[in-house]
Design a protein around this ligand. Structure first.
Ligand SMILES: [Zn+2]
Ligand SMILES: [Zn+2]
Length: 336
């Protein structure tokens, strides 16, 4: 294959080598083992309490059931997760390529040009590990902000909620639920990620005389590691709480349990991906009490329309056509 790769392919594969360590991955063996290890610790410390059943209620369980409960992993929702995960994996290379060759470098160039025009050439700083950490942190905060804004819009705007509903139609949570999303949602978040990477790269590219790289730990992007762990555990049925003070800065995994709850006081809360900063700033932070009841899914009224794989794939189109029909009939009503 190498002999037929032209400069464009070379460019993409070079970019992949650089960016791959910073793309968060939840479903790696080390992260899953870490999740199981921490869950076992919770089981030991709380004497068998701390995992939720398919109904979203905490109860005491023997270890095997605590870690891998049959009622969750044989649930129709968990089986649909697998189908949607495979679908998402097949389409993901498309979004990643668009992100790498299109939006991210374009945004980076725009930001650098704008800064050069406004403030003249940058201060020409020299890079060291502290700066690299800061670069990673700024990228993470920007990523989290873009994630928050997109997610907020998806919860508040009906046309977008029709797409995001598929993630919320999960009636039980498994690490695969992280990837349970409609195929139209992938590109939306990919654009958000590309914009945040591009803005941070443009800013740091302008500040430093040579190029600067993000900090890594064991060759993995420092914050991609944090994100990967959090993404996996927050869709696990074990309630992992952080101390309250820490929850004000970082989302604990259990804070996403409430995000998936259909109880009205849990709606539209904890919308960011990693930190609590943006939810705190926009008033959507919700730190649950210990053992708080969180029934997952869309709720009894509409869950029946989002059970099978095809119901979920066709969901947004059904909702949109209903919206168009409603609009047409209401405007027809006005002319009568
Ligand atoms: Zn959501
Ligand atoms: Zn989720």
């Amino acid at each position: 294959m190498d002999s037929t790769a032209g400069p464009l392919n070379q460019l993409i594969s070079d970019a992949l080598v650089v960016i791959a360590p910073h793309v968060p991955r939840d479903l790696t063996w080390p992260i899953l083992l870490l999740t199981a290890g921490l869950a076992t610790t919770i089981w030991l410390l709380r004497k068998g309490v701390g995992a939720k059943g398919a109904d979203g209620r905490i109860r005491r369980m023997p270890l095997r059931q605590f870690l891998l409960p049959a009622e969750i992993y044989t649930h129709v929702s968990a089986r649909v997760d697998v189908g949607l995960y495979v679908f998402e994996r097949l389409l993901r290379p498309l979004w990643v390529t668009t992100l790498l060759v299109g939006v991210a470098p374009g945004t980076e160039a725009l930001v650098m040009d704008a800064l050069n025009a406004l403030l003249d050439s940058g201060p020409g700083l020299q890079s060291h590990y502290g700066w690299m950490l800061l670069y990673s942190l700024v990228t993470l905060l920007l990523y989290d902000l873009l994630f928050f804004l997109i997610h907020y819009a998806e919860h508040k705007i009906p046309v977008l909620w029709a797409i995001h509903k598929v993630h919320h139609s999960a009636e039980v949570l498994t690490p695969l639920t992280r990837y349970r999303e409609h195929f139209l949602e992938g590109p939306i978040y990919a654009i958000g990620a590309a914009l945040s990477f591009g803005i941070a790269a443009g800013l740091f590219g302008w500040l430093f005389s040579d190029s600067i790289a993000q900090a890594t730990l064991f060759n993995i992007g420092f914050f991609a590691l944090l994100f990967g762990f959090n993404g996996s555990f927050r869709h696990y049925h074990v309630a992992f709480h952080y101390p309250r003070w820490l929850s004000k800065w970082l989302h604990s995994p259990v804070m996403h349990h409430t995000h998936h709850s259909y109880l009205e006081h849990h709606w539209d809360t904890n919308l960011a991906a990693v930190t609590s900063i943006w939810d705190r700033a926009f008033g959507t932070l919700y730190i649950p009490e210990r053992d708080e009841y969180t029934p997952w899914g869309l709720g009894p009224a509409s869950q029946g329309e989002y059970r099978s794989f095809w119901q979920n794939v066709s969901g947004p189109f059904r909702d949109w056509s209903a919206m168009i029909k409603r609009k047409a009939s209401s405007s027809a009503g006005l002319h009568e």
